[in-house]
Design a binder for this molecule. Structure first.
Ligand code: IMP
Ligand code: MG
Length: 182
C-alpha cells in the first residue's frame, strides 16, 4: 500500500499548531457569543475535522447543524456554481449562525451560502474558516474568524481533500503538484 505522506511536498501547519490555534479561536468565539443563541453550521465535508475540534473549544451553549454543497470544481478550481446536497430544516431567524468551512479560496461557495441564508431572513451570519487563501479571492467576502492564512498552493489534510483523499492527515500539507496535474 502506498503511504499518503509520499504525496505531500511539505507540511505547512503542524498538528500541534492547529490544536493550539483552534483552542484560542474557540475561546474567542465563546466570548463573542456569550448570551446569544448560537448555531454552528458546518459545510460538509471539508469542515468536519475542524468543526469537531472547534465545538469542543467553545464553552457557551451551541447547536450544531451541517449543510452539504457541491461547488462543481474542475480539477482544483471552483466554478462558482453551487448545488445544495443537504439542507437544514430549522428556521435561521432564531439563531446567530456561525458558518464553519475548511478554506476560503475563491469565496464563491461561501458567498452563495451566505446569500441563501440571508434570503431566508437569517439576522446574524458570521464565517469561521480554518484556512484563508486571499490570493485567489473572486467573491467579495472575508472570514470573520480564521486560523491560518495560506499561500496560493493546493493544500490537504485536517479535513481538506484532493479527490476525496488526504482528509485524515492530522496536519495541513502542500500536495505535490504532480498528483493533481496527472
Ligand atoms: P471556493 O468556493 O473557491 O472558496 O472553494 C471552496 C471549497 O473548495 C473549499 O470548501 C474546499 O473544499 C475547496 N478548496 C479550495 N481550495 C482548496 C485547497 O487548497 N485544498 C483543498 N480544497 C480546497
Ligand atoms: Mg472540498
Amino acid at each position: 500500500m502506498k503511504n499518503m505522506e509520499q504525496d505531500i511536498l511539505k507540511v505547512l501547519i503542524e498538528e500541534n499548531s492547529i490544536q493550539e490555534r483552534v483552542r484560542s479561536l474557540g475561546a474567542q468565539i465563546s466570548r463573542d457569543y456569550e448570551g446569544k443563541k448560537l448555531l454552528v453550521l458546518g459545510v460538509l465535508k471539508g469542515s468536519f475535522v475542524f468543526m469537531a475540534d472547534l465545538i469542543r473549544a467553545i464553552t457557551v451553549p451551541c447547536e450544531v447543524e451541517f449543510m452539504a454543497v457541491s461547488s462543481y470544481r474542475s480539477g482544483v478550481k471552483s466554478s462558482g456554481v453551487v448545488k445544495i446536497i443537504k439542507d437544514i430544516d430549522i428556521n435561521p431567524l432564531d439563531y446567530n449562525i456561525l458558518i464553519v468551512e475548511d478554506i476560503l479560496d475563491s469565496g464563491l461557495t461561501l458567498s452563495y451560502l451566505r446569500d441563501l441564508l440571508m434570503q431566508r431572513d437569517a439576522s446574524d451570519i458570521k464565517i469561521a474558516t480554518l484556512l484563508d487563501k486571499p490570493a485567489r479571492r473572486v467573491a467579495d467576502i472575508s472570514p470573520d474568524y480564521t486560523c491560518f492564512e495560506v499561500p496560493d498552493e493546493f493544500v490537504v489534510g485536517y479535513g481538506l481533500d484532493f479527490a476525496e483523499r488526504y482528509r485524515n492527515l492530522p496536519y495541513v500539507g502542500v500536495l505535490k503538484p504532480e498528483i493533481y496535474e496527472k
